[in-house]
Design a binder for this molecule. Structure first.
Ligand SMILES: Cc1cc2nc3c(=O)[nH]c(=O)nc-3n(C[C@H](O)[C@H](O)[C@H](O)COP(=O)(O)O)c2cc1C
Length: 182
């Protein structure tokens, strides 16, 4: 059986990889899929960029347009899942988190300072909400940034390692760590 130090060592390595993914543009974990539930109870999923990962507070941040459908979905159903796959590590993560959308506080202001002046700036300056029909292919620009920070408080991490000989899987949650059948 794995010891407690194996378990916390693995969790530390997972968080280190998440942190690396926020700064390394080519890291496969930089672009996870965020799954949510819409108002009809149907699943929705889309690719996002992981912007911030902090183990001490167990939080992950994603930037978005505050008018995007996912924000409304997370207000109604705050539980979401971020799915990551990294072929280099051969690790999949399914991270269940409770999300809040922040479009006012210092966190959002700091996020906007990070994005302003970069190629991503225009993503938060669209005159229309994401998904709104456009008369032409080109989008109009808004005068005010529409950026919101989705703050995910991590509740559990389902880790799966795809090995040549064998796979390994573990669940980390409030109760600790449990090895699972892959
Ligand atoms: C590589 C890639 C990265 C993306 N990153 C983000 C992101 O960080 N935030 C975001 O809101 N949308 C991002 N998108 C667009 C979303 O996948 C999605 O199309 C858009 O946010 C609308 O989603 P919604 O209608 O479910 O709200 C990204 C798409 C791709 C392909």
């Amino acid at each position: 059986m794995p010891s407690d130090s194996d378990a916390s060592g693995l969790l530390d390595r997972i968080w280190q990889a998440l942190l690396l993914a926020t700064v390394e543009r080519r890291h496969a974990w930089r672009t996870p899929v965020l799954a949510t539930v819409d108002n009809d109870g149907s699943p929705q999923a889309r690719t996002v960029v992981l912007r911030h990962a902090e183990q001490s507070s167990a939080t992950l941040h994603v930037y978005t347009d505050r008018r995007s459908p996912k924000v409304g979905q997370l207000i109604t159903h705050p539980a979401g899942v971020l799915v990551f796959w990294c072929p280099t590590l051969s690790w999949q993560l399914r991270v269940r988190a409770v999300f809040s959308a922040d479009d006012r506080s210092k966190t959002m202001q700091a996020a906007w300072r990070q994005v302003k002046g970069t190629r991503a700036e225009k993503d938060y300056l669209s005159a229309k909400a994401p998904g709104a029909p456009l008369p032409e292919a080109a989008a109009l620009t808004a005068s005010e940034p529409q950026l919101a920070v989705l703050i995910g408080r991590v509740e559990s991490i389902d880790w799966l390692e795809i090995g040549r000989e064998a796979h390994r899987r573990a669940l980390f949650d409030h109760q600790g760590m449990q090895w699972l059948t892959p």
